[in-house]
Design a protein around this ligand. Structure first.
Ligand code: MG
Length: 281
């Protein structure tokens, strides 16, 4: 993949649209997420790793699922990151574990907990170490909303520190997604060149672009409701991902719509449907 520098594309797209009706596809893409100019290919993002695999032994957000996603060579593997009360970044989907909030309890207090495949709750550090080991899959990091802006700032700070320490502060290996507009704003400011997609579905591509956010990753129902979002985002040089799409009918719809990436629980089915239109690293 080429290094991610989306803002030059955004600037180029705006310049082009200001000068006439040229198509975005004529802009040479240099961002990490594929755009319409990437020969119409679509990237597969394994939702929470490869957790819905029919084979036994995988658990969502586990080191094993990440390893499997990388071994299979998917473009991306998504994971969810929270901060414990003692400021340890951990990878887990729900913000509660056995009725105890991750944000309000220490990392050590979750030591007895095991994922479905027997692994302990992974820290972000462990997750990044595994990501480095087994392939060049892009880690799509979902930074979870926290109680207030200060805790969200801390989550970003600790995540970026971990990425730097692991040598993974690389736009071609990391993409950020979040439901928190505040987190997206911080990433836009602090991580220029990194893919930064907003998840919540309540803002238009134009509103996001105006705030320097260079991508969106909306739930399939949002884009079904207004498919023009995709072309409008592309015209602004933004990357478009859609979550979480399963089943051949829905997958086909979004392939046809030309989204850049699809987050799915059925990555092998998506691969089959894409055939030679799958974007790989
Ligand atoms: Mg997620």
């Amino acid at each position: 993949m080429r290094p991610a520098h989306l803002f030059p594309i955004l600037a180029a797209s705006l310049l082009i649209s200001a000068c006439g009706p040229s198509k975005t596809a004529s802009v040479t893409p240099s961002n990490d997420f594929p755009t319409v100019a990437h020969e119409g290919k679509t990237a597969i993002v394994a939702h929470r790793g490869y957790w819905n695999c029919a084979a036994a032994g995988f658990a969502q957000n586990s080191l094993a699922s990440l390893h499997e996603a990388q071994t299979k060579g998917f473009w991306g593997s998504e994971c969810d990151v929270h901060l414990t009360s003692d400021d340890i970044a951990v990878v887990h989907h729900d913000d509660m574990i056995r009725r105890r909030g991750i944000h309000t309890n220490t990392r050590d207090s979750f030591s007895p907990y095991r994922l479905k495949n027997g692994e302990p709750l992974p820290t972000l550090e462990e997750y990044l170490a595994r990501a480095k080991e087994s392939g060049n899959t892009v880690l799509v990091i979902e930074l979870k909303p926290h109680e207030n802006a200060a805790r969200e700032d801390r989550l970003v700070e600790i995540t970026l520190k971990a990425l730097r320490e692991q040598g993974l502060y690389l736009p071609e290996r990391i993409a950020f997604i979040s439901f928190s507009k505040h987190i997206c704003d911080v990433i836009a400011r602090e991580c220029p060149g990194f893919t930064n997609q907003y998840l919540n579905g309540d803002l238009s591509p134009e509103q996001l672009a105006a705030d320097g956010i260079n991508g969106l990753d909306y739930e399939q129902s949002v884009i079904y409701g207004d498919p023009s979002i995709v072309a409008r985002a592309h015209a602004l040089g933004m990357s478009v991902n859609v979550w979480t799409v399963d089943g051949a009918k829905d997958l086909q719809f979004f392939i046809g719509l030309g989204v850049d990436a699809i987050t799915t629980n059925e990555p092998m089915l998506l691969r089959e449907l894409l055939d030679n239109k799958e974007l790989k690293n």
